[in-house]
Design a protein around this ligand. Structure first.
Ligand SMILES: CC[C@@H](C(=O)O)C(=O)SCCNC(=O)CCNC(=O)[C@H](O)C(C)(C)COP(=O)(O)OP(=O)(O)OC[C@H]1O[C@@H](n2cnc3c(N)ncnc32)[C@H](O)[C@@H]1OP(=O)(O)O
Ligand SMILES: [Co+2]
Length: 134
């Protein structure tokens, strides 16, 4: 059911500094900052030949990544995002197998303007999974 790896997300304490490291030493193609209040994050996408890296910092109180950065103040790998063709069919199949979809199960519009959902990390080997309809 899952398709391509859309992105790997890294939570960072300082987005500008992280983006400068990717643009500098790593020589990467680094995009502009995007604020996503509905998701409580500010992100910058780094485009690689085969996938993307999503650098993210908390935006506003109650950000879903605040707890993660409290535990790992230097930052760290936060989630992987897999593409799916039909997010509602994917959600229903996952729920039927016992996986927990975070939130109320209604997809939100993600950074690429398409519907996204998140799956609990405890149900996937300690890895938070985002699925994105493409
Ligand atoms: C930009 C839009 C979009 C896109 O289009 O790409 C995004 O990527 S938005 C990204 C940010 N949004 C989200 O992450 C939404 C989903 N996440 C959540 O709802 C929460 O982050 C969470 C997964 C429920 C965790 O929230 P937290 O407040 O940290 O809850 P807990 O403390 O109760 O954590 C429970 C348990 O899970 C462990 N944990 C937390 N985060 C992660 C993680 N990223 N990867 C692996 N494990 C994680 C946490 O350590 C707790 O474990 P225990 O201590 O063993 O109980
Ligand atoms: Co993401």
């Amino acid at each position: 059911m899952i398709g391509r790896l859309n992105h790997v997300a890294i939570a960072v304490p300082d987005l500008k500094a992280a983006a400068a490291r990717y643009a500098g030493g790593l020589g990467a193609d680094v995009g502009a900052p995007i604020e996503l209040p509905e998701h409580g994050v500010r992100v910058i996408f780094v485009t690689l030949p085969n996938t993307k890296i999503e650098l993210m910092e908390p935006l506003g109180p109650g950000s879903p990544i605040a707890g993660f950065l409290e535990k790992s103040p230097a930052g760290g790998m936060h989630h992987v995002c897999y593409e799916v063709e039909d997010i509602l069919a994917a959600r229903d199949r996952l729920v039927a197998t016992g996986a927990r979809v975070l939130g109320d199960g209604t997809p939100k519009t993600g950074a690429h303007g398409t519907p996204v959902l998140f799956l609990h990390p405890k149900d996937f080997d300690g890895c938070l999974i985002e699925i994105e309809q493409v």
